[in-house]
Design a protein around this ligand. Structure first.
Ligand SMILES: Nc1ncnc2c1ncn2[C@@H]1O[C@H](COP(=O)(O)OP(=O)(O)OP(=O)(O)O)[C@@H](O)[C@H]1O
Ligand SMILES: [Mg+2]
Length: 278
Protein backbone atom coordinates (compact mmCIF):
# COMPACT_ATOMS: atom_id res chain seq x y z
CA UNK A 1 0.00 0.00 0.00
CA UNK A 2 2.66 2.43 1.11
CA UNK A 3 4.56 1.84 -2.13
CA UNK A 4 1.71 2.80 -4.42
CA UNK A 5 1.29 -0.63 -6.00
CA UNK A 6 -1.99 -2.37 -6.73
CA UNK A 7 -1.98 -4.78 -3.80
CA UNK A 8 -4.98 -6.70 -5.12
CA UNK A 9 -3.01 -7.65 -8.23
CA UNK A 10 0.23 -8.44 -6.37
CA UNK A 11 1.28 -12.06 -5.89
CA UNK A 12 0.03 -13.66 -2.67
CA UNK A 13 2.29 -13.28 0.37
CA UNK A 14 2.60 -16.74 1.87
CA UNK A 15 4.33 -17.57 5.15
CA UNK A 16 5.90 -20.85 6.16
CA UNK A 17 6.26 -21.47 9.90
CA UNK A 18 8.41 -24.58 10.18
CA UNK A 19 11.86 -26.03 10.73
CA UNK A 20 15.00 -25.75 8.62
CA UNK A 21 16.28 -28.83 6.79
CA UNK A 22 19.75 -27.87 5.55
CA UNK A 23 19.46 -30.30 2.61
CA UNK A 24 16.68 -28.07 1.27
CA UNK A 25 14.36 -31.00 0.63
CA UNK A 26 11.89 -30.28 3.42
CA UNK A 27 11.02 -27.53 5.90
CA UNK A 28 11.12 -23.80 5.23
CA UNK A 29 13.75 -24.01 2.48
CA UNK A 30 11.61 -26.42 0.45
CA UNK A 31 8.44 -24.49 1.24
CA UNK A 32 9.93 -21.31 -0.26
CA UNK A 33 10.80 -23.21 -3.45
CA UNK A 34 7.22 -24.44 -3.78
CA UNK A 35 5.84 -20.92 -3.15
CA UNK A 36 8.16 -19.47 -5.81
CA UNK A 37 7.42 -22.23 -8.33
CA UNK A 38 3.71 -21.40 -8.03
CA UNK A 39 4.11 -17.63 -8.28
CA UNK A 40 3.65 -16.63 -4.63
CA UNK A 41 5.95 -14.41 -2.57
CA UNK A 42 7.46 -16.49 0.26
CA UNK A 43 8.18 -15.49 3.85
CA UNK A 44 9.61 -17.83 6.49
CA UNK A 45 9.53 -17.93 10.28
CA UNK A 46 11.84 -20.54 11.78
CA UNK A 47 10.55 -22.72 14.62
CA UNK A 48 13.54 -25.06 14.83
CA UNK A 49 16.90 -25.76 13.27
CA UNK A 50 17.66 -29.35 12.42
CA UNK A 51 20.90 -31.12 11.59
CA UNK A 52 19.72 -33.26 8.72
CA UNK A 53 20.62 -34.77 5.38
CA UNK A 54 18.75 -37.03 2.99
CA UNK A 55 19.47 -40.02 5.25
CA UNK A 56 18.79 -38.91 8.81
CA UNK A 57 17.94 -36.20 11.28
CA UNK A 58 20.86 -36.04 13.74
CA UNK A 59 19.73 -33.11 15.88
CA UNK A 60 16.87 -30.69 16.58
CA UNK A 61 17.37 -27.25 18.07
CA UNK A 62 14.00 -25.57 18.73
CA UNK A 63 13.88 -21.78 18.84
CA UNK A 64 12.90 -20.33 22.25
CA UNK A 65 9.11 -19.76 22.26
CA UNK A 66 9.45 -16.05 23.05
CA UNK A 67 11.68 -15.58 20.02
CA UNK A 68 9.24 -17.45 17.78
CA UNK A 69 6.52 -15.07 19.03
CA UNK A 70 8.76 -12.08 18.30
CA UNK A 71 9.43 -13.28 14.74
CA UNK A 72 5.71 -13.75 14.10
CA UNK A 73 4.54 -10.46 15.63
CA UNK A 74 7.28 -8.47 13.90
CA UNK A 75 6.42 -9.95 10.50
CA UNK A 76 2.64 -9.67 10.84
CA UNK A 77 2.96 -6.06 12.06
CA UNK A 78 4.36 -5.10 8.67
CA UNK A 79 3.50 -7.67 6.00
CA UNK A 80 0.02 -8.59 4.79
CA UNK A 81 0.12 -12.37 5.02
CA UNK A 82 -2.46 -13.97 2.72
CA UNK A 83 -1.84 -17.59 3.70
CA UNK A 84 0.16 -19.48 6.29
CA UNK A 85 1.59 -22.97 6.06
CA UNK A 86 2.52 -24.56 9.39
CA UNK A 87 5.01 -27.43 9.41
CA UNK A 88 7.30 -28.90 12.08
CA UNK A 89 6.79 -27.21 15.45
CA UNK A 90 8.61 -29.74 17.68
CA UNK A 91 7.21 -28.85 21.14
CA UNK A 92 3.92 -27.97 22.89
CA UNK A 93 5.33 -24.52 23.75
CA UNK A 94 5.96 -23.66 20.12
CA UNK A 95 2.52 -24.93 19.10
CA UNK A 96 0.93 -22.74 21.76
CA UNK A 97 2.95 -19.74 20.57
CA UNK A 98 1.86 -20.18 16.95
CA UNK A 99 -1.80 -20.64 17.96
CA UNK A 100 -1.71 -17.43 20.01
CA UNK A 101 -0.11 -15.49 17.14
CA UNK A 102 -2.63 -16.78 14.60
CA UNK A 103 -5.53 -15.89 16.89
CA UNK A 104 -4.12 -12.38 17.18
CA UNK A 105 -3.29 -11.80 13.50
CA UNK A 106 -6.02 -13.89 11.87
CA UNK A 107 -4.60 -14.75 8.42
CA UNK A 108 -7.32 -15.72 5.94
CA UNK A 109 -5.94 -19.17 5.05
CA UNK A 110 -4.02 -21.62 7.25
CA UNK A 111 -2.66 -24.94 6.00
CA UNK A 112 -1.65 -27.16 8.91
CA UNK A 113 0.75 -29.98 8.08
CA UNK A 114 0.85 -31.92 11.37
CA UNK A 115 4.44 -33.10 10.93
CA UNK A 116 5.37 -35.81 13.42
CA UNK A 117 8.02 -38.07 11.84
CA UNK A 118 10.60 -37.41 9.07
CA UNK A 119 10.81 -39.58 5.94
CA UNK A 120 13.96 -41.06 7.48
CA UNK A 121 11.84 -42.30 10.40
CA UNK A 122 13.20 -39.78 12.92
CA UNK A 123 10.69 -38.18 15.30
CA UNK A 124 10.06 -34.45 14.78
CA UNK A 125 7.30 -33.85 17.33
CA UNK A 126 7.35 -34.84 20.99
CA UNK A 127 4.59 -37.47 21.56
CA UNK A 128 3.04 -35.34 24.32
CA UNK A 129 2.63 -32.48 21.81
CA UNK A 130 0.04 -34.31 19.68
CA UNK A 131 -2.84 -33.33 22.00
CA UNK A 132 -1.73 -29.68 22.03
CA UNK A 133 -1.62 -29.64 18.24
CA UNK A 134 -5.08 -31.21 18.03
CA UNK A 135 -6.63 -28.89 20.60
CA UNK A 136 -4.94 -25.59 19.73
CA UNK A 137 -4.02 -25.58 16.03
CA UNK A 138 -6.44 -27.94 14.36
CA UNK A 139 -9.44 -25.59 14.90
CA UNK A 140 -7.51 -22.79 13.14
CA UNK A 141 -6.81 -24.83 9.99
CA UNK A 142 -8.43 -24.08 6.64
CA UNK A 143 -6.83 -27.28 5.34
CA UNK A 144 -5.28 -29.99 7.58
CA UNK A 145 -2.92 -32.37 5.73
CA UNK A 146 -2.12 -35.49 7.81
CA UNK A 147 -0.45 -38.54 6.32
CA UNK A 148 -1.81 -41.94 7.42
CA UNK A 149 0.23 -42.28 10.68
CA UNK A 150 -0.54 -38.64 11.61
CA UNK A 151 -4.26 -39.18 10.96
CA UNK A 152 -4.08 -42.23 13.26
CA UNK A 153 -2.33 -40.25 16.02
CA UNK A 154 -4.86 -37.42 15.78
CA UNK A 155 -8.03 -39.55 15.73
CA UNK A 156 -6.57 -42.11 18.15
CA UNK A 157 -7.35 -45.19 16.06
CA UNK A 158 -5.99 -47.17 13.13
CA UNK A 159 -6.68 -45.67 9.68
CA UNK A 160 -6.42 -48.21 6.85
CA UNK A 161 -4.92 -47.36 3.48
CA UNK A 162 -8.34 -47.38 1.86
CA UNK A 163 -10.33 -44.36 0.62
CA UNK A 164 -13.42 -45.14 2.70
CA UNK A 165 -11.44 -45.41 5.95
CA UNK A 166 -9.43 -42.31 5.02
CA UNK A 167 -12.61 -40.33 4.34
CA UNK A 168 -14.04 -41.41 7.71
CA UNK A 169 -10.85 -40.27 9.47
CA UNK A 170 -10.95 -36.98 7.55
CA UNK A 171 -14.54 -36.43 8.63
CA UNK A 172 -13.62 -37.06 12.29
CA UNK A 173 -10.82 -34.50 12.04
CA UNK A 174 -13.18 -32.02 10.43
CA UNK A 175 -15.57 -32.46 13.34
CA UNK A 176 -12.64 -31.67 15.67
CA UNK A 177 -12.52 -28.22 14.07
CA UNK A 178 -10.46 -28.22 10.84
CA UNK A 179 -12.39 -26.55 8.00
CA UNK A 180 -11.23 -29.23 5.56
CA UNK A 181 -8.90 -32.24 5.67
CA UNK A 182 -6.65 -33.91 3.09
CA UNK A 183 -5.68 -37.41 4.29
CA UNK A 184 -2.56 -38.38 2.29
CA UNK A 185 -1.86 -41.92 1.23
CA UNK A 186 1.89 -41.76 0.54
CA UNK A 187 2.55 -44.20 3.40
CA UNK A 188 0.27 -46.87 1.93
CA UNK A 189 1.64 -49.73 -0.15
CA UNK A 190 -0.71 -50.36 -3.06
CA UNK A 191 0.20 -49.62 -6.69
CA UNK A 192 -2.51 -46.97 -6.74
CA UNK A 193 -2.00 -44.14 -4.30
CA UNK A 194 -4.99 -42.21 -3.04
CA UNK A 195 -5.34 -38.97 -1.16
CA UNK A 196 -8.80 -38.13 0.18
CA UNK A 197 -10.08 -34.58 0.68
CA UNK A 198 -13.06 -33.89 2.95
CA UNK A 199 -14.94 -30.61 3.40
CA UNK A 200 -18.55 -29.57 4.02
CA UNK A 201 -19.36 -30.29 0.37
CA UNK A 202 -18.32 -33.94 0.77
CA UNK A 203 -15.45 -36.21 -0.21
CA UNK A 204 -13.05 -35.84 -3.13
CA UNK A 205 -10.83 -38.80 -4.04
CA UNK A 206 -7.55 -38.01 -5.75
CA UNK A 207 -5.69 -41.01 -7.02
CA UNK A 208 -2.99 -42.11 -9.42
CA UNK A 209 -0.14 -44.59 -9.80
CA UNK A 210 2.51 -44.75 -7.08
CA UNK A 211 5.67 -43.33 -8.72
CA UNK A 212 8.70 -45.61 -8.32
CA UNK A 213 11.39 -43.34 -6.88
CA UNK A 214 13.44 -43.17 -3.70
CA UNK A 215 13.40 -39.37 -3.89
CA UNK A 216 10.33 -38.47 -1.88
CA UNK A 217 11.95 -36.34 0.83
CA UNK A 218 9.59 -33.45 1.58
CA UNK A 219 6.53 -34.58 -0.38
CA UNK A 220 4.31 -33.50 2.52
CA UNK A 221 6.06 -30.14 3.04
CA UNK A 222 5.86 -29.40 -0.66
CA UNK A 223 2.19 -30.35 -0.97
CA UNK A 224 1.05 -28.27 2.01
CA UNK A 225 3.08 -25.29 0.75
CA UNK A 226 1.65 -25.62 -2.73
CA UNK A 227 -1.87 -25.61 -1.27
CA UNK A 228 -1.06 -22.47 0.77
CA UNK A 229 0.40 -20.75 -2.30
CA UNK A 230 -2.75 -21.42 -4.36
CA UNK A 231 -5.54 -20.94 -1.78
CA UNK A 232 -5.66 -17.12 -2.03
CA UNK A 233 -6.30 -17.18 -5.78
CA UNK A 234 -8.53 -20.23 -6.24
CA UNK A 235 -12.33 -20.29 -5.88
CA UNK A 236 -12.38 -23.08 -3.28
CA UNK A 237 -9.95 -25.10 -1.17
CA UNK A 238 -10.61 -28.24 -3.22
CA UNK A 239 -9.44 -26.44 -6.38
CA UNK A 240 -6.18 -25.45 -4.67
CA UNK A 241 -5.74 -29.00 -3.36
CA UNK A 242 -6.30 -30.62 -6.76
CA UNK A 243 -3.89 -28.26 -8.50
CA UNK A 244 -1.27 -28.52 -5.75
CA UNK A 245 -1.39 -32.30 -5.98
CA UNK A 246 -0.78 -32.17 -9.75
CA UNK A 247 2.22 -29.91 -9.17
CA UNK A 248 3.65 -32.29 -6.53
CA UNK A 249 3.11 -35.32 -8.76
CA UNK A 250 5.29 -33.65 -11.41
CA UNK A 251 7.91 -32.73 -8.80
CA UNK A 252 8.06 -36.41 -7.72
CA UNK A 253 8.05 -37.67 -11.31
CA UNK A 254 11.10 -35.54 -12.12
CA UNK A 255 12.88 -35.89 -8.75
CA UNK A 256 15.47 -38.30 -10.18
CA UNK A 257 16.88 -35.49 -12.35
CA UNK A 258 18.47 -34.00 -9.21
CA UNK A 259 21.53 -35.50 -7.54
CA UNK A 260 21.26 -34.53 -3.87
CA UNK A 261 22.46 -36.98 -1.23
CA UNK A 262 22.34 -40.76 -1.10
CA UNK A 263 19.18 -41.26 0.96
CA UNK A 264 15.66 -40.03 0.19
CA UNK A 265 16.50 -37.12 -2.12
CA UNK A 266 14.36 -34.00 -2.65
CA UNK A 267 11.63 -33.33 -5.21
CA UNK A 268 12.28 -31.23 -8.30
CA UNK A 269 10.35 -28.13 -7.24
CA UNK A 270 11.11 -26.26 -10.47
CA UNK A 271 10.25 -29.05 -12.91
CA UNK A 272 7.96 -26.76 -14.87
CA UNK A 273 10.77 -24.22 -15.34
CA UNK A 274 13.46 -26.83 -16.21
CA UNK A 275 14.40 -26.47 -19.91
CA UNK A 276 15.57 -30.10 -19.98
CA UNK A 277 12.01 -31.25 -19.24
CA UNK A 278 9.61 -31.04 -22.16
N1 LIG B 1 5.64 -42.54 -4.59
C1 LIG B 1 4.70 -41.63 -4.79
N2 LIG B 1 4.07 -41.53 -5.98
C2 LIG B 1 3.13 -40.59 -6.21
N3 LIG B 1 2.72 -39.72 -5.26
C3 LIG B 1 3.28 -39.77 -4.05
C4 LIG B 1 4.30 -40.71 -3.73
N4 LIG B 1 4.68 -40.53 -2.42
C5 LIG B 1 3.93 -39.51 -1.96
N5 LIG B 1 3.09 -39.06 -2.93
C6 LIG B 1 2.15 -37.94 -2.82
O1 LIG B 1 2.83 -36.91 -2.12
C7 LIG B 1 1.92 -36.17 -1.33
C8 LIG B 1 2.41 -36.22 0.12
O2 LIG B 1 1.99 -37.44 0.70
P1 LIG B 1 2.77 -38.25 1.82
O3 LIG B 1 1.80 -39.24 2.34
O4 LIG B 1 4.06 -38.71 1.27
O5 LIG B 1 3.03 -37.08 2.85
P2 LIG B 1 4.02 -37.07 4.08
O6 LIG B 1 4.16 -38.44 4.65
O7 LIG B 1 3.54 -36.02 4.99
O8 LIG B 1 5.40 -36.65 3.45
P3 LIG B 1 6.74 -36.31 4.28
O9 LIG B 1 7.39 -37.61 4.57
O10 LIG B 1 7.49 -35.46 3.34
O11 LIG B 1 6.33 -35.62 5.52
C9 LIG B 1 0.56 -36.84 -1.53
O12 LIG B 1 -0.17 -36.14 -2.50
C10 LIG B 1 0.92 -38.24 -1.98
O13 LIG B 1 -0.10 -38.79 -2.74
MG1 LIG C 1 4.70 -35.02 6.36
Amino acid sequence: MSRGVDTAAAPANVLSIAGVDPSGGAGVLADLKAFAALGAYGCGVIAALTAQNTRAVTGIHPVPAAFLALQLDTLFDDVRVDAVKIGMLATPDLIETVATALERHRPRFVVLDPVMVAKSGDRLLAPEAVATLRDRLLPLATVLTPNLPEAEALVGQVVDDDPVAMAAAGEKLRLLGARSVLVKGGHGHGETLHDVFVDTAGTLRLEGPRIATRNTHGTGCTLSSAIAALLPSRPAARDAVREARDYVQGAIRHADRLAVGSGHGPLHHFWRQDPAIT
